[in-house]
Design a protein around this ligand. Sequence first.
Ligand SMILES: NC(=O)CC[C@H](N)C(=O)O
Length: 230
Amino acid sequence: MKAAVIVFPGSNCDRDVAVALERVAGTKPLMLWHRETEVPSDLDLIVVPGGFSYGDYLRSGAMAAHSPVMAGVKAAADKGVRVLGICNGFQILTESHLLPGALMRNRDLKFICKDVHLTVESADSDFTRGYADGQVVRYPVAHHDGNFFADDETLAAIEDAGQVAFRYCQPDGTVDADANINGSRNNIAGLFNRDRTVLGLMPHPERLIDQHLGGTDGVPMFKSLLEALS
Ligand SMILES: NC(=O)CC[C@H](N)C(=O)O
């Protein structure tokens, strides 16, 4: 599996995801700086990592979506290269229109930094095949703009096409308003594109790949990608 991690000024999870890829998938990713205009054509996976690209100025992800490297990322995504956007990466993918909807300020206007429970809504993708449908996982979140919004029509289309990958839930898997940490519509924490070749999610699977760091619930995501793309 040949992977690249995009690095923006203000990215801060680029190295975490590089370590996750290297440890779990056994492959050292290429680190691609935001000014890069050439995205190699032989990539299997591009990761848009978490952080505060361009200081979150204007709107989280808005400036990064117009950076030189994103034209290449969009072209690669159009050709079916798998793209994983984590947290700020998810924001960048919605701002780039690779995923529908938008990520707004958290409902309570506070930065949320804690572990949350999520249901795996579909294990039928190259990102989630290592999980079971409906499995409850625990990932950390760290964001101020994680409140997923889509208008009624877009939301219905997302649900009809089975594009929801993860929802915020209670530890027993109940998806309800109390589990909805940031006000996201339909408790959406992660979303696929229609072909399930692009995944964006607010929680951080790359931070849970080692028991010493709090757990290993993120490992199946990187293993799934390795199995699908090798
Ligand atoms: N951890 C992150 O990627 C943070 C994302 C974004 N800057 C926010 O706070 O919403």
